[in-house]
Design a protein around this ligand. Sequence first.
Ligand code: PBG
Length: 330
Amino acid sequence: MTESLSHRPRRLRRTPALRALVRETRVTPHDLIAPFFVTHGTNVREPIPSMPGVDRVSVDLLVEDAHTVAALGVPAILLFGIPASKDASGSESYADDGIIQLAIRAVKAALPALTVITDVCLCEYTDHGHCGLLHGETISNDDTLPVLQRIAVSHAECGADVVAPSGMMDGAVGVIRRALDERGFSDVAILSYAVKYASAFYGPFRDAAGGAPKFGDRRTHQMDPANVREALRESILDVHEGADFLMVKPAMAYLDVVARVRDRYPELPLVAYNVSGEYAMLKAAGAAGWIDERSAVLELLHCIKRAGADAIITYHAKDASEWLRDHPLA
Ligand code: PBG
């Protein structure tokens, strides 16, 4: 017995083609930013155990991997460096022959059209693992700012297109903007980690980059996961200081924050960072056969965009780009 129902939403879900026609959110490789961990040496590829499929690579192999993602349509890469040695002030972060400086020059020489985004933070470079200079056991916000200026200018000199201060130091965006402009780099953009939470989901990244704090934690500068109004405050400050993009990090458990920031600042591009712990969870469940990795990753990327992100930093960038190319109606 068939009822005469005037509204049957199922009609538009009947076939893959109909579903494609009414799909509200699309993810393409152009939405993705691929992060890389770069280390000294040549022909080095060290797997990161907690991030299967992600390696620490030397500059020569970085260029190859960057070529691979660029050929798939990924428009940008984000570089993190593993320095040769660490010290109290993180001096390799702004050294002319520092790992990131070498990496930027090599990638821009080989792939000038690819956007190179660099991490501007001290935690991978300091022997204490904190994101700034210490006074005793306290991070000095204002003493750290000139170092961040120096790092950003050095990345710009090597050809970085975008610098991304990730350390949640107050005033960082403004001072970096000023330093870049004074040195003639007014075209270098700032991707502000405006809204970065003190998250347990960064665990695998800290193994990958060797940037775990030797004592204490990051809760005096990264945000409390319980807060969202504070995210709007952080965003407005960075907008006023000259951020070209805003970012919310992590992504998966913070989609309400992505949506709130999107609604409040519709005029700026918004990036969400699908972080290392989120990656590790899906990879582990996929490898155990508990979840279908491909479906779960593509679902998650669509959900992050649906929440309001324009672009997604994700360690799934290469695989997802291949899946999106192979299965356009999936
Ligand atoms: C700090 C930085 C971190 C991440 C990106 N930049 C680690 C931290 O704040 O402790 C985490 C990224 C991830 O987990 O994927 N430079």
